[in-house]
Design a protein around this ligand. Structure first.
Ligand code: NAD
Length: 483
């Protein structure tokens, strides 16, 4: 099968990497190479910087109405090519096509629509300083932004950065994940067809160590928006420190899913199956630590195990597939090693634990893993503390509200948490105590893009969403006019 060849996108042109080197990425469902990605270096980032900084001089002066018009057009063109994007995202990442169709690609289009509207409706502060003058605040675009994204929701998360970045008048150099570059590459043509001027968005493909790090260390790129692992986030802080860059870091999580005995049992169970195993558990917001109040622990565990056993694992392109393949062989091995560790730490595998036995021949080399539920571990075990980022959850019985708040917060992460109870006062009380950037009560993954999003502790720095994205992608200044 011919490999899809990808090139960098600089100044609205597709260009080969300066050193001419490429590497293969794999189709996760088949375990075979399917695309060739430029192995870009600092020289490519420098070329992209030249294009982006030239474009900044005019794009930053374009009216908001004109920027919004182009962003709306980008959204419309993504919609028009939705099927193509959906198929590519599923093939490249391994996710079920139904998820790409209902979540990833619609949200990518919506990111552009949302920020197109957002910039048109913002109003800044103004205040009279009596007897002295009048103050008003003004937002300035900052310059060239480095946008670095992960592999789990490739186009969804990349466009979550591009849209506010360019809506605010900045230009961008994007570095998509080396594992999933296909839809970012397809987006380049959409951007051009929508009339986005040359150099406003540039795409430099390649590895984090070369292309990503070159962006982070570039002395003239003043802001970096990064979504990815906590260990990488720490490197980005260190490598960017000499340049005092503005950073937005969306990092890892180990999210609690708290089930109180007074919950709506069926709703909690059904949603917990999704929050455990959607996208093969490769969503930073998945609830991988399930805490169930003791009176309903056995019933909930049995229901979850029954439900997990019924989930269909296999061909990502089949419309009834629930779990596709994990993104890479290395990631499969990492997730499997945590299952093995769970057993060594004294856990019991309630279901799953390995590659499904029933895979069709063509998927035998794919990176599939059964949905796995581990019981019998204590909150101090590594499997209950470290991010696994796969279809693996632990389940644990708790006795009191105080106890579950304590074990939830006893984590170096603080990204999100779900809690299930029909007692409204308890919901508000517990939600108020949880150390996480997002707390869902009786739901999961419901996102209002006007609201702040981000993590506490090692789950991130800063907030994005609505006004918070404008804060990140602009400099806010005060102008004082004397009477
Ligand atoms: P990763 O940190 O390995 O890679 C993310 C991106 O950073 C990739 O594009 C990679 O090439 C690049 N990169 C790697 N090293 C770099 C370096 N030294 N300098 C600059 N760039 C570098 O993460 P991943 O494995 O792609 O994604 C999974 C992680 O992302 C998980 O930890 C998950 O929780 C996290 N995540 C967080 C959120 C959130 O909103 N908080 C959302 C999705 C994923």
């Amino acid at each position: 099968m011919a490999l899809t060849a990808i090139d960098n996108f600089i100044n609205n042109e597709f260009v080969k990497p300066t050193e001419g080197a490429y590497f293969d990425t794999f189709n996760p469902a088949h375990g075979v190479p399917h695309a060739q990605i430029p192995d870009s270096t600092k020289a490519d980032v420098d070329l992209a910087y030249k294009a982006a900084s030239t474009a900044f001089t005019t794009w930053s002066k374009t009216t908001k109405a004109e920027r919004a018009r182009i962003l709306y057009k980008i959204a419309d063109l993504i919609d028009a090519r939705q099927d193509e994007f959906v198929r590519a995202e599923s093939k490249d990442q391994g996710k079920p096509i139904s998820l790409a169709k209902t979540v990833d690609i619609p949200r990518a289009a919506y990111n552009f629509r949302f920020f197109a509207g957002r910039i048109l409706h913002s109003v800044e502060e103004a205040a009279e300083l009596e007897g002295v003058g009048f103050n008003y605040s003004q937002r300035m675009p900052i310059g060239v932004a480095g946008l670095i994204s992960p592999w789990n929701l490739p186009l969804y998360l990349l466009t979550w950065k591009i849209a506010p970045c360019i809506a605010c008048g900045n230009t961008a150099i994007c570095k998509p994940s080396e594992f999933t570059s296909l839809t970012a590459y397809m987006l380049c043509s959409v951007l051009k067809d929508a009339g986005l001027p040359a150099g406003v968005v540039n795409m430099v493909f390649g590895t984090g160590m070369k292309a990503g790090q070159a962006l982070v260390e570039h002395p003239r790129i003043p802001l970096i928006s990064f979504t990815g692992g906590t260990v990488t986030g720490a490197k980005i802080i260190a490598n960017s420190a000499p340049h005092f860059k503005k950073l937005s870091l969306e990092l890892g999580g180990k999210n609690a899913n708290i089930i109180f005995a007074d919950c709506d049992f069926e709703k909690a169970l059904t949603t917990s199956l999704r929050s455990s195993f959607a996208n093969q558990g490769e969503i930073c917001l998945c609830g991988s630590r399930i805490f169930v109040e003791r009176p309903i622990y056995e019933k909930f565990l049995n229901g979850l195990v029954d439900g997990a056993k019924k989930l269909k694992v296999g061909d990502p392109s089949a419309h009834d597939t629930n779990l596709g393949a994990l993104v890479s062989k290395e990631h499969w091995e990492k997730v499997k090693s945590y299952i093995d560790l769970g057993v060594k730490e004294g856990g019991k595998i309630e279901c799953g634990g390995d590659k499904p036995a029933s895979l069709q021949d063509e998927f035998q080399n794919g990176y599939f893993l059964e949905p796995t539920i581990i019981s019998g571990l204590t909150p101090s075990c590594r499997v209950m503390r470290e991010e696994i980022f796969g279809p693996v959850v632990t389940i644990y019985a708790f006795d009191t509200e105080e106890e579950v708040i304590q074990i939830t917060n006893d984590s170096e992460y603080g990204l999100s948490c779900s809690l299930w109870t029909e007692n409204g006062r308890r919901a508000r009380r517990v939600a108020g105590e949880i150390q996480a950037g997002t707390v869902w009560v009786n739901t999961w993954m419901a996102r209002d893009l006007r609201m702040p999003f981000g993590g506490m502790k090692k789950s991130g720095l800063g907030r994005e969403g609505g006004e918070h994205s404008l804060d990140f992608y602009t400099e806010l200044k005060t102008i004082c006019l004397a009477d």
